[in-house]
Design a protein around this ligand. Structure first.
Ligand SMILES: [Mg+2]
Length: 288
C-alpha cells in the first residue's frame, strides 16, 4: 500500500465522522473546529509505543486502536468534558491488515463517543508508534481539575481496580479484555462535574500515584478509610499500584450524594500536599 492509498483508505473510513462544531475534517491542510460560545476546549495528547505500551505478539491492532483513543477520552472524562475530535499520527511498518485492525478499534470507539477522526499523519518506521490528540469541550469555567479538592471533601473511586494489571499478568479472561479495551468514563465524568465535584483525575498510572497527583495539585492530604473495590481476581497491590484501569478518582463536598457505581474510599484532610500511599504506580522515567 502506498502512502496515498493509505491516506485515501483512512479518509474513507473516517467519512461521516461528524462532531459538533467540526466544519472541516480530513482532506485539507488543517481541520477546522468552530467552538461554541460559552465553552472551554480541552486538549490532551498520548503516545502508544510498541514494546513500551503494547506488544505486537500479544496486542491485536484493533485493541491498540481502541486503547490509543480510550486513553485520551479518559482524560477528557476526568475533566468532565464531552469529546469533539481526535488527530491520529501513526508510524510503523503499516501493513494493510494492521491499519485495518487499528482503525476498526479506534473508529468503533470514536463513533460510540461522537469523537470525529479529523486528521493525522503517517510515516514508515520499524516500530509502531501512535500519537493521538483528543479535543473535548466543557461549559465555560466548569472543567474538573486536580487542584480543587478541599479538606472535608469525600474521596470516591469508580468501578473496580486492578483488572488491567491482573490482565497483563494472566493474558486471559475478563481481566485481559479489561487491559486491552478500557472504557473511558465519559458519562460519569460529566455527571460528577454537574454534581459539583471539586477535583478529579483518571487512574492511568495507579491509585497511589494518581491520588498523590490530586493531593499535590490541591495542596491537601488524604486519609483512606477502606480499600478500593477489587476487580475479580486482582490483588490489593494491583488495585493500588497497577495502573491503566482508567476509572475516575474524584472528590465531592460532604453534603453531595454520589452517583451510583462509585465507592467512597476516604476523605481529604489538611496536610502536606501528598498522597497517603507509597508511590509504586507506573513511572516511565523510573530507572530502578
Ligand atoms: Mg489523565
Amino acid at each position: 500500500m502506498t502512502e496515498l492509498q493509505a491516506i485515501d483508505y483512512i479518509r474513507r473510513r473516517a467519512a461521516g465522522s461528524a462532531a459538533k462544531g467540526l466544519i472541516l475534517g480530513i482532506g485539507d491542510d488543517c481541520a477546522i473546529l468552530r467552538p461554541r460560545a460559552g465553552e472551554d476546549l480541552l486538549f490532551t495528547t498520548d503516545q502508544m509505543v510498541e514494546d513500551v505500551h503494547f506488544r505486537q505478539s500479544t496486542h491485536p491492532p484493533e485493541a491498540v486502536g481502541h486503547k490509543a483513543l480510550a486513553r485520551g477520552l479518559s482524560d477528557i472524562a476526568a475533566m468532565g468534558g464531552e469529546p469533539r475530535f481526535c488527530l491520529v499520527s501513526l508510524a510503523g511498518p503499516l501493513t494493510e491488515d494492521w491499519l485495518e485492525g487499528f482503525y476498526d478499534g479506534l473508529l468503533a470507539l470514536a463513533h460510540r463517543t461522537h469523537t470525529a477522526l479529523a486528521g493525522g499523519d503517517l510515516a514508515r518506521s520499524a516500530l509502531f508508534t501512535c500519537d493521538i490528540v483528543v479535543c473535548g469541550a466543557v461549559s465555560k469555567g466548569t472543567a474538573l481539575r486536580r487542584d480543587g479538592a478541599r479538606p472535608g471533601d469525600l474521596l470516591y473511586v469508580s468501578g473496580r481496580l486492578g483488572g488491567s494489571a491482573l490482565g497483563l499478568q494472566t493474558r486471559t479472561g475478563a481481566a485481559w479484555r479489561r487491559h486491552l479495551r478500557p472504557e473511558p468514563r465519559l458519562a460519569l465524568g460529566d455527571a460528577v462535574r454537574k454534581l459539583g465535584a471539586t477535583a478529579a483525575i483518571d487512574l492511568s498510572d495507579g491509585l497511589s500515584i494518581d491520588l498523590h497527583r490530586l493531593c499535590a495539585a490541591s495542596m491537601v492530604g488524604a486519609k483512606l478509610d477502606r480499600d478500593p473495590p477489587l476487580f475479580p481476581g486482582a490483588t490489593l497491590d494491583q488495585a493500588l499500584h497497577g495502573g491503566e484501569d482508567y476509572e475516575l478518582l474524584f472528590t465531592l463536598p460532604p453534603n453531595v450524594k454520589p452517583p451510583r457505581g462509585v465507592t467512597r474510599i476516604g476523605r481529604i484532610v489538611e496536610g502536606e500536599a501528598r498522597g497517603p500511599l507509597p508511590l509504586r504506580g507506573y513511572d516511565h522515567f523510573r530507572t530502578s
